[in-house]
Design a protein around this ligand. Structure first.
Ligand code: GAP
Length: 508
C-alpha cells in the first residue's frame, strides 16, 4: 500500500496527533501542535532515545541547556556568518522560495512564433528533488499543450541555481504565468533574532538556538569538571531548535520550530573514525529496532565535495517518506572544529587532560543528530496501514508497543451487570504503571476501531464470562486475535506483551 500524505495528515488531525499551530487564527506556516495522542507518541520516542542512548550506557551523560545563549556562541559556531539559505522572491506574487529547491523544466512546443521559432516555456517547480518538483510544471505544460501542441520531447530539467543570470529571466515562477519575475538568489540567515532586556538595540540582540549541539560544546568544560567522565564519552541533549525556514513543507518534516535529539561523542583523534562507524550503525539499528522497515531506511554517505573541510566522513539516515526519500538523521565526524572554535572565541582552554596517557588534547567529535519531529513523522508513516477485518476495512497504526501512545484500552462489553465496575477496577490497576484508556461508549466493534486508529496494541474486555470465571478477553491490534486471561493476571500479562512476549493463539 502506497501511503498518501493527505490521508495521514487528516488522520493526525481527526485523532488528535498533530494540529496546525494556532489554527483558530488561521494557523502560522511552519509551526505545529501535538494533540493528546501526538504528545504521548513524541514523548515515547524521546524517552526511548534517552533511555537507549543515555541511561542504558556508561559513556553518555545528559544536558539541558538554555535556548537563548550568549550570541558569541553563534559567532564561534559559524551560524551567524554562514547559516543561511539562498532565497528567491517572486516580484509578481511576493512569494519566497529556497533557490536550491527550485527546478526549471524547459519545455519546447511545436507551435512557432512570428519569427518561425518553436515556443519555449521554462516552468519552475518547487521540491527537494526534481521528482518532487515535477508535478506543478507537468500540469502547466499539459495546459499549454492544448494551445501549442504536445511538447516535442520530455523537458530538460535544470536546477535554478545553475542557470546564468540571462537564462533566469526566461523562467516562469511556480505560481505566476509571467516570465522573469524571480529575483536573483540572496542569502537569508535562518536564525530567529530577538532582544534580551528592555532595549531593542544591537547590543541586546540574541538568537533562538538553531541546534542543540552548540550548548553541548559550550558546556564541555563544565561536564568534564563535574561528571567524572573519561574519553571516550558523549553528552546528549534533547530540546527545541528554531530555524526560520524559507519553505516549511511536507507537514512537520520541515518546520520552523522543532525538537532535536543530539549527541556529541568526544574521543581521541585516532579513534574518531572507528567511533563514527560505530554510531553510524548504532543509530540505523535504533530505528529498525523500533519498527522502521530497513528497506525504507537508507544510509547515504556524503561525497567528498559535500563534506565540511574539517570532516572525514558524514552520512545521512534517510527514510522513504510518501513525498520522497529525505533525511531523518545526520551522523557527522566533526574533528576538533567546534571545541577549537569555542576556544578561539571564548579565550578559554577547552582541552582535555588524558590521565592515562599523561597528555593534553582537544578531543575529536562524532555527532549523531536526529530530529524528534521527523522521527515521529517517520514512525507515523510506517505505522499507517489500511486493511480488512471480517470484511470491513479499517485504518490501523501499527506502532511498536514502546512507542504506542496508549498501551491498552479497557472496555466493559455492555454498561450493565457489574461489567463497568469490574472494567474500571482493572483500568485503575493498570493505570498505576501504564498509559491506559477506559471506554464504555458505543458498540464494541467501534471501540476496537477507535483504538486501532490510535495505535493501541492491546484491548482488554470485561464480558459475561468474566462475571462467571473471572477471566477477561485480550485482543491484539495487528492480528485481531483474541484470548482469555485471568483478570487478576491482566497487569502481568500486559507487561509481558509490551516487553515483546508472544501473542497466544486464539480467535481472530
Ligand atoms: N547539529 C547538527 C545539525 O543540526 P542538521 O542536519 O541541520 O544538523 C539535524 O539537523 C536533524 O534535525 C535533521 O536530521 C532533522 O531530523 C532535524 N531537523 C533539522 N531541520 C529541521 C526542520 N526544519 N524541521 C524539522 N526537523 C529538522
Amino acid at each position: 500500500m502506497e501511503l498518501e500524505m493527505d490521508k495521514l495528515v487528516s488522520l493526525c488531525k481527526r485523532r488528535g496527533f498533530v494540529f496546525p499551530s494556532s489554527e483558530v487564527y488561521g494557523g502560522i506556516n511552519g509551526f505545529w501542535d501535538y494533540g493528546p495522542l501526538g504528545v504521548e507518541l513524541k514523548r515515547n520516542i524521546k524517552d526511548a532515545w534517552w533511555r537507549d542512548n543515555v541511561q542504558s550506557r556508561d559513556d553518555v551523560v545528559g544536558l539541558d541547556c538554555s535556548i537563548i545563549m550568549n550570541p558569541k556562541v553563534w559567532e564561534a559556531s559559524g551560524h551567524l556568518g554562514g547559516f543561511s539559505d539562498p532565497m528567491v522572491d517572486c516580484r509578481a506574487t511576493k512569494e519566497r522560495y529556497r533557490a536550491d529547491q527550485l527546478y526549471v523544466f524547459a519545455y519546447v512546443f511545436p507551435a512557432v512564433n512570428p519569427k518561425g521559432e518553436p515556443t519555449e516555456a521554462w516552468l519552475a517547480g518547487l521540491g527537494g528533488s526534481p521528482e518532487e518538483a515535477a508535478g506543478g510544471p507537468e500540469k502547466r505544460a499539459a495546459k499549454l499543450a492544448k494551445k501549442f501542441g504536445q511538447p516535442t520531447a520530455p523537458p530538460t530539467i535544470i536546477p535554478f541555481m545553475q542557470l546564468s543570470v540571462e537564462d533566469r529571466e526566461k523562467v516562469i515562477g511556480p505560481s505566476t504565468d509571467e516570465r522573469g519575475t524571480l529575483t536573483e538568489p540572496r542569502s537569508f540567515n535562518l536564525m530567529f533574532k530577538t532582544f534580551v532586556g528592555a532595549l531593542e538595540n544591537d547590543s541586546n540582540v540574541a538568537y533562538l538556538r538553531p541546534e542543540t549541539a552548540q550548548g553541548i560544546f559550550a558546556n564541555f568544560k563544565n561536564v568534564v569538571d563535574t561528571a567524572r567522565v573519561k574519553l571516550p564519552f558523549g553528552i546528549a541533549q534533547v530540546g527545541k531548535s528554531f530555524r526560520n525556514e524559507i519553505n516549511p513543507r511536507n507537514f512537520t518534516f520541515r518546520s520552523r520550530e522543532f525538537e532535536q535529539m543530539e549527541i556529541e561523542f568526544f574521543c581521541r583523534p585516532e579513534e574518531a573514525v572507528e567511533w563514527y562507524g560505530y554510531w553510524r550503525k548504532a543509530r540505523f539499528d535504533w530505528y529498525t529496532g523500533l519498527g522502521l522497515r530497513s528497506d525504507r531506511l537508507r544510509m547515504r554517505d556524503h561525497d567528498a565535495e559535500e563534506l565540511a573541510f574539517y570532516s572525514k566522513a558524514t552520512a545521512d539516515i534517510e527514510y522513504a517518506f510518501p513525498f520522497g526519500v529525505s533525511e531523518l538523521e545526520g551522523i557527522a565526524h566533526r574533528g576538533d572544529y567546534d571545541l577549537s572554535q569555542h576556544m578561539k572565541f571564548s579565550g578559554k582552554d577547552l582541552s582535555y587532560f588524558d590521565e592515562e596517557k599523561k597528555e593534553r588534547l582537544v578531543p575529536h567529535v562524532v555527532e549523531p543528530s536526529a530530529g524528534a519531529d521527523r522521527a515521529t513523522l517517520a514512525f507515523l508513516c510506517e505505522a499507517y496501514v489500511e486493511d480488512e477485518v471480517g470484511g470491513e476495512s479499517r485504518t490501523v497504526l501499527k506502532f511498536h508497543p514502546r512507542l504506542a501512545p496508549i498501551k491498552a484500552a479497557v472496555f466493559p462489553l455492555v454498561k450493565r451487570d457489574g461489567m463497568p465496575e469490574k472494567a474500571e477496577a482493572i483500568y485503575k490497576e493498570l493505570r498505576k504503571s501504564h498509559n491506559v484508556y477506559y471506554d464504555e461508549k458505543g458498540a464494541i466493534g467501534r471501540r476496537y476501531r477507535r483504538q486501532d486508529e490510535a495505535g493501541t496494541p492491546f484491548c482488554i474486555t470485561v464480558d459475561s464470562e468474566t462475571m462467571t470465571d473471572d477471566t477477561v478477553t485480550f485482543r491484539d491490534r495487528d492480528s485481531c486475535r483474541q484470548w482469555r486471561v485471568p483478570a487478576a493476571g491482566a497487569a502481568q500479562a500486559l507487561r509481558d506483551l509490551l516487553e515483546g512476549g508472544e501473542i497466544p493463539g486464539g480467535e481472530s
